[in-house]
Write a protein of this length. Structure first.
Lengths: 537, 537
């Protein structure tokens, strides 16, 4: 088995996605997920280019994967040792450093305004500098394919400089994303024939023609042995080559599966769908239903002919077993397969329902009706459980919310500063007794945390026998999305809660009113915890 | 120039997309758009399979493209003339008919439960029947690539039967979407070598490995001359080959552009982005920002190095001119952008600032500081303009919000139903005069639209001379995410607004309090419109 190396650039090129701006903490979470997945390199960002990237490298998580800092070759006329931009990159102290440089003559003269010889010399001394510091050096050959088409001699001279200076990997980049797969394959083959071994070559493509995955495969077919990409195909413009598709292709599909090995185990592969969805959660993006392998529709069989054949034998209309990538088959709810799926999900929640029980169809109907109103139970497992309990008649009576009122006010204080404050009143009936609670949204520093915070505190404040159980509960995330509910736009709120043991659960609320939707999700979160803590079955 | 034929199946296979259900009228609209685009065949659906498809064919629009009905080969043991399922298809009266049939031995014996010989005979007599009716006959060879891998002799025998019976096109289908481009190319080449000419072969691929476009190109490279696909890559599971990517590739990219011609003119190509967005409007889907060619991010240059080079020469980071497909370049504001990018963006907003003006650095500093607090100006161009105006001292004094208060109440009404209602009071100072306005969140149907709606109405209600300018303004989208603002989690709200002329603009607000953040984005939206309508510079 030959080794293929996976190089992830979600945290660097993925950050170039329009609308994406990771926080340092999010970068850390993603790096850990990538490490669990089993990539070989994690490109963490460009130290010195912005505060987030610098902060990430200041306290980079310990990973099995080789942490890599990205930067550019030393600027013309400045020695590598004296270039402060390059110094910021090497000072991040990562075992590997990847520097981007020009290999297309047009860009050297037009964008940089220097001579071809000067550019080559800059590549040589920058890579040599990394090697002298004992780092693994990677060279990102920007615009390599366009450059090779325009001036193959210069493009080769540029990457040969990096190779001879000791770069472990020369990464051939199709920066503008316009090269088609057949040409990528031909050019990679010519580079190898010209003397740079395939096991020193990486491939970095973009999806501008929707061929990024195919271009990557063409480069591997031609001999390249490092694959660059991002989770969910994030990246500049149309995105980078999608590792979420490439990883299962290389692991499961021929001729790759029996020829190559990567650092991704079968077990890690089975976590791929969850990893892809986690990234979307962090970005608060709606996961692409039609994404290959990990999309919620990737194994959804809508055509009647397909669905009935699938029941006889799944291989009739599936190219792989969805479980190998942690995904699941979806068959129209109405039929037998839909019900056995449901029984499994209920069993996971400790709710045993016999095969053929009419309650199964009733739950499916209720889920369908709710989904038409804008609810989504893909991630909100806790709300799904409550819904099922209610249909099954296994929903204990805990407390009843009679009414609430929340006020948000913004005005000047006595120091003539604009301040805002929220105040919530919640009236509940618990153990036959009516209780009124009021809370405001102030945090420890006197800052206003808004109406949902005030409501949450007022609701938990006086629930009689239950209040003690809610002490270790906190709201850890709050996602809001506008979606369709019937014919109208409604707000869907998903709340993630956590308890003292680190257990997390998600609940959903839907309403045209954002506060109402939040309150519904909050109520579900509290109910789920009370039921679990009381050990209901 | 060799002719390539485009066969669109948006109305048939595209309808298998999870969550997609076209009405007859929507089918008509889409057919007309496809005809304007210049495809050669429009597969309108399966007459007899459902009421919508039947109704579409009953009054199919007149098109230059060949209208095609889809169905399946005659069932075993029933003559083609007596098969009522087939009769419903031919009775639609279309000039062309495409019938799907089995070519994979496993499916013949396992899914159909008939002998291989029976299946071959069914293909022969079904195609011959179409020919006898004077129709152009197409044969969709289902699972052809899987079938060819498993039993090449039988797969060839099946398609040879269709060819010999007079099928104009034999369409090689990768029904399960699992075949990779290199293998598609190899197999198509072998089929042609075995005697079926390439100008009788079509290719139909699915995107399960994100290689549908590449598989199609590989088949064309090998000699196939009909290309099947859908707009925006709609279709069963992960979708079909995306014509919205394939059309510009075949029209603009080598080796295709100078070797082949299609029915798509340059003028029609320039309408591609609009056609793609129109389909999303019909489906009420958010257009995919990162889609190749037509996505709103396809020519968005976020990286600072890219953005500055683009300003010198767009070809540095663009593989085609966005205008050729009716798309546009975007240089978003972000903490990675430089001053030249900034000047350009200001100029687009009608704000001329001289090169080297210290205000440029001041604006960038302000943007950076805001981004650290959680703001994002990638899409919120209108808020960016207001921020720049304020730094430049060109922000007119329009009105001042002195304070506001909004109350959300949920309680039982006199009919014992839980209802919610929001009420907002806004106090503004406009033209030296203090004005108090109050509004509630009720829509025309008596439903509660929430606190942001109430605030929005109260704010616009009495702004003196400005109120009239706000009458045609409406909120079209509202996005909320939790993000990092300094060390705390804050809420970022992005509001998209639209006026009576269809102009859209985006604004952003950030606060720990979701109502406050929304109010800030609302204020910006109103201010931007007033400034634009007054023609401020």
């Amino acid at each position: 088995m030959e080794r293929l190396y996976l190089y992830d650039t979600t945290l660097r090129d993925g950050q170039q996605t329009q609308g994406v701006q990771f926080s340092t903490d999010e970068k850390r979470q993603i790096a850990q997920a990538l490490d669990t997945l089993g990539v070989d390199y994690i490109e963490g960002g460009w130290p010195g280019a912005n505060p987030t990237d610098s902060a990430f490298f200041d306290a980079a998580p310990a990973t099995r994967a080789t942490m890599t800092a990205f930067g550019m070759t030393a600027r013309n006329g400045i020695s590598a040792a004296n270039d402060d931009v390059l110094a910021a990159v090497t000072n991040a102290g990562t075992p590997a450093v990847c520097l981007v440089g020009k290999t297309h003559d047009f860009h050297v003269t037009r964008a940089l305004g220097i001579t071809l010889e000067e550019n080559t010399a800059n590549i040589t001394r920058s890579v040599a500098h990394l090697v002298s510091l004992g780092r693994e050096a990677l060279f990102d050959a920007e615009h390599f394919f366009d450059g090779y088409r325009a001036n193959p001699d210069y493009a080769m001279q540029a990457i040969r400089a990096a190779h001879e200076a000791g770069a472990r990997w020369i990464v051939l980049c199709d920066t503008n994303g316009g090269t088609l797969p057949a040409e990528v394959g031909r050019i990679v083959g010519e580079v190898i024939a010209a003397g740079i071994p395939g096991d020193r070559l990486g491939i970095h493509t973009h999806d501008d023609t929707e061929n990024a995955v195919a271009c990557t495969l063409a480069a591997i077919d031609a001999g390249a042995r490092q694959v660059q990409g991002t989770l969910n195909g994030l990246g500049e413009r149309c995105g980078n080559a999608n590792l979420t598709a490439l990883i299962p292709i290389l692991s499961l599909k021929e001729p790759y599966a029996s020829r190559f090995e990567t650092g991704v185990t079968r077990k890690a592969l089975a976590g791929l769908t969850r990893t892809a969805r986690m990234l979307d959660e962090i970005l608060n993006r709606v996961p692409q239903k039609q994404a290959g392998f990990v999309g919620s529709a990737a194994f959804a069989h809508k055509a009647g002919l397909h669905a009935s054949a699938i029941l006889k034998d799944p291989s009739t209309y599936e190219h792989i077993d969805p479980a190998t990538v942690g995904n699941a088959r979806i068959i129209p709810m109405s039929n037998q397969a839909g019900q056995s799926n449901l029984r499994r999900r209920l069993a996971e929640a400790g709710l045993k329902v016999a095969k053929g029980d009419p309650a199964l169809a009733a739950i499916l109907d209720e889920v369908k009706a709710r989904e038409a109103e804008g609810y989504s139970y893909d991630t909100a497992q806790a709300s799904f459980e409550l819904l099922a309990r209610s249909v099954l008649g296994r929903m204990p009576e805990l407390f009843e919310v009679k009414r609430y009122r929340v006020t948000v006010e913004r005005r000047k204080n006595k120091y003539d500063q604009m301040i805002s404050l929220s105040e919530a009143v919640v009236v509940v009936k618990v153990d036959g007794e009516k209780r009124l609670s009021v809370s405001e949204s102030m945090d420890e520093t006197g800052g206003d945390r808004g109406p949902v915070n005030a409501l949450s505190k007022a609701l938990a404040k006086d629930l009689g026998q239950y209040s003690a159980l809610l002490e270790d509960m906190r709201l850890v995330d709050f996602k809001v999305r506008i979606t369709q509910g019937g014919t109208e736009a409604v707000t869907r709120v998903i709340i993630d809660s956590e308890d003292g043991q680190g257990v997390r659960w998600s609940t959903v609320g839907v309403s045209a009113n954002i506060v109402d939707a939040s309150f519904e999700a909050l109520l579900d979160a509290i109910r789920w915890k009370l039921i679990r803590d009381r050990g209901e079955t």
